[in-house]
Design a protein around this ligand. Structure first.
Ligand code: HEM
Length: 225
């Protein structure tokens, strides 16, 4: 393992996670009033509605797929009766379907942000950068799932990337698991971590303000007089 590998697969991920945590605490304390994704709905509604719906419907299953694929060891899956073939079919077909939905949504949102004059004028540099970064990450993810998996069928990310990923969180980082990982996966993961580092300083903070209580609140009762 050379120094670059140690940096990319040990120092860089920890750096992004640290900035993610400390950045959120800092932003919450210092800039709570701007904790939002500034709305541009009053400038353009149609593309926002469709792009945002596609992106959010796609990204939730994609996140769930990441939790399962990266978080659950292969042997546990086998114990549950899910063999490699079944897993692969699910990951590739279901993953690609929702990945492409996420990509189409993001393409609509990004083209809207760059090409609609009034939306662009309302956007900060970080708004534009988040869109471009997400687009790149999603493209690399889909490319890895559809193309790299097909071109290099012997590569198994569950015995390499997933093990490396879990080792980070038990504080036993081991860059050697990433040594023979194909480039598209490597770029996907590095850009994925990078966006976690950007997160607290961008509109992405709105994710933590989803009004979940809204779903559990009592209905408003309307009474006649
Ligand atoms: C930060 C760490 C991340 C890691 C280690 C990671 C890892 C992976 C892996 C291993 C795959 C291939 C799945 C397969 O072939 O079945 C994948 C696919 C994908 N990733 Fe990531 N990813 C990360 C972050 C992200 C982020 C931030 C996004 C943004 C939305 C993202 C979006 C996608 C998409 C759209 C796909 C293709 C569809 C799918 O398999 O769900 N990833 N990722």
């Amino acid at each position: 393992m050379n120094m670059l590998d140690q940096f990319l697969w040990v120092i860089f991920p920890y750096l992004c996670i640290t900035v993610f945590i400390i950045g959120h605490i800092y932003r919450y304390r210092v800039d709570q009033m701007n904790w939002t994704a500034k709305s541009s709905e009053f400038v353009e509604k149609k593309q926002l509605r469709i792009g945002s719906m596609m992106f959010h419907i796609g990204v939730l299953p994609v996140i769930a797929g990441h939790v399962v694929g990266l978080g659950i060891p292969k042997s546990w899956m086998h114990a549950l009766g899910i063999n490699d073939h079944m897993y692969h079919i699910g990951a590739v077909y279901i993953g690609s379907f929702f990945g492409i939905l996420t990509l189409l949504g993001m393409l609509i949102l990004t083209s809207r942000r760059f090409t609609k004059k009034n939306v662009r004028r309302l956007s900060s540099f970080s708004d534009l950068a988040v869109n471009v970064a997400l687009l790149l990450i999603i493209l690399l993810g889909i490319y890895s799932t559809i193309v790299t998996n097909a071109v290099e069928p012997s590569f198994d990310y569950r015995t390499t990337i997933s093990v490396w990923f879990r080792h980070l969180f038990i504080f036993q980082p081991d860059a050697s698991y990433m040594q023979d990982v194909p480039l598209s996966f490597k770029l996907h993961i590095l850009s994925g971590f990078f966006i976690f580092g950007m997160w607290p300083f961008t509109r992405l903070v709105h994710v933590w303000s989803v009004p979940l209580r809204y779903f559990r609140r009592s209905y408003i009762l309307y009474r006649k007089q």
